[in-house]
Write a protein of this length. Structure first.
Length: 420
């Protein structure tokens, strides 16, 4: 409960009004007689206690309940009759049920029947309240017994109703406010959940766009890198034909133009593809033929019966072989052939081997550790990622063979798509 004075000032005003009415009642009635000779002082004390209880019914409902019982004890001890201002006990009953803690709620609820029983006993049993026996008016008892010998039961029920009605009203309002707060909390939780779903969808969309960007970068790298490597090899051979063989020079230049047009078309297809794997022109044999057209000698071997591959696996196989041949052209020796083997043995195994120049003392038996690519690069790391995305794998290593040190790249491509 907030202790801001603006919250409890109305209650304090009501308490002050009750105190004023209690004092008016005290000084307008003759209280010169009494059991202890105290006169008006007990009445003033009852009015003051009632006013304090009403003032604290919202701020400190537990204290207000305790003051009500203290007021009742004062009346029992001093024999003070019931005052009109004591009907304000309904305000305290309402306040304890509306703003009290769980313990105060239960205590106030139990106080309703207890107060009714104590009130009837006060009127009925001389043995219980011997100090009050001489003060009770026999007229009250005579009127009560006129309703029957069991009038006490009805009196207790009436008292419980009089005190229980405001208490139940406070309880109903308490539960209503809690239900409203629960609805507000539920609405806030639903809003949070909706916002989380929206943020998740945004994150998934960003991840999808980044994946698409990565795929485009890989495809463009493979297409442009391979085409430029082939064109560069053809251009290098063309410069030696300028003064010796004009026809071969023209043929080489035509091949360069064809490779450039094919590369440009592949790049356009890659950039135009927004969903699924990018398509490509020709099969694996077209890559081998393109390298041969650049002037490189290629020894191509195919073992087993070729099988049609799903589109995504076909693209992976094509791009991986494309990158393997690009590396062979860029880093291999031109005076030795490039070996390309394709084995269909439950899965497609592609192996590309070419002779290389290596530094003296290099360990040719250990697998090559692929380092993270430079910013914007793809290379071996791109091939490995492509294969792993479809359940394949890649192995690259250097070997010492009869023709000298060789670089061998082997890729395993499943013939069926792996379930996500």
């Amino acid at each position: 409960m907030t202790r801001d004075w603006r919250q409890w000032a109305p209650d304090a005003g009501i308490g002050a009004a009750i105190l004023f009415l209690g004092l008016v009642e005290a000084f307008s009635t003759d209280y010169s007689y009494g059991y202890d000779g105290t006169g008006r002082m007990p009445v003033i004390l009852v009015a003051l206690t009632m006013a304090a209880a009403v003032s604290l019914s919202r701020l400190l409902p537990g204290a207000a309940l305790a003051l009500i019982w203290a007021m009742g004890a004062i009346q029992l001890i001093t024999g003070t009759r019931v005052l009109l201002v004591e009907f304000a006990v309904a305000i305290v009953a309402f306040g304890t049920a509306r703003w009290g803690s769980t313990a105060v709620l239960w205590l106030s609820g139990l106080s309703v029947p207890a107060a009714a029983v104590v009130g009837v006993a006060f009127v009925t049993f001389d043995a219980v309240f011997p100090l009050l026996a001489g003060s009770r008016s026999r007229n009250v008892l005579d009127a009560a017994y006129s309703f029957g010998d069991t009038w006490q039961v009805g009196a207790v029920l009436i008292g419980m109703f009089a005190l229980g009605a405001p208490w139940l009203a406070g309880l109903a309002l308490r539960l209503g406010v809690r239900a409203q707060a629960s609805k507000v909390s539920q609405a806030a939780a639903e809003a949070d959940a909706e916002r989380a779903v929206h943020e998740t969808e945004q994150a998934l969309e960003i991840a999808r766009l980044r994946e698409e960007q990565t795929r485009l970068a890989r495809d463009v790298h493979d297409v442009v890198g391979h085409s430029l490597a082939v064109i560069l090899a053809q251009a290098e051979s063309a410069q030696f034909l300028a003064d010796t063989d004009t026809q071969k020079l023209k043929k080489t230049m035509a091949t360069i133009a064809t490779s450039a047009r094919s590369s440009l078309q592949d790049v356009r297809q890659v950039l135009a593809t927004t969903q699924g794997p990018a398509v490509h022109q020709g099969g694996l044999d077209s890559l081998v033929d393109g390298v041969r057209g650049s002037g490189h000698e290629v020894l191509s071997t195919e073992v087993g019966s070729p099988q049609p591959l799903p589109p995504e696996l076909d693209v992976v196989a094509f791009r991986v072989l494309q990158e393997m041949l690009t590396n062979a052209i860029k880093h291999g020796r031109r005076d030795t052939p490039v070996s390309v083997e394709r084995h269909w043995e439950g899965e497609l195994r592609i192996e590309v081997r070419n002779a290389i120049e290596v530094a003296a003392g290099a360990d040719l038996t250990q697998p090559i550790q692929v380092r993270p690519p430079e910013p914007g690069g793809q290379g071996l790391d791109g091939m490995r990622r492509r294969l792993e995305s479809v359940g394949g794998r890649l192995d690259v290593r250097r070997r010492e063979e009869a023709v000298g040190p060789t670089f061998t790249a082997t890729a395993w491509v499943p013939v069926r798509a792996v379930a996500p």
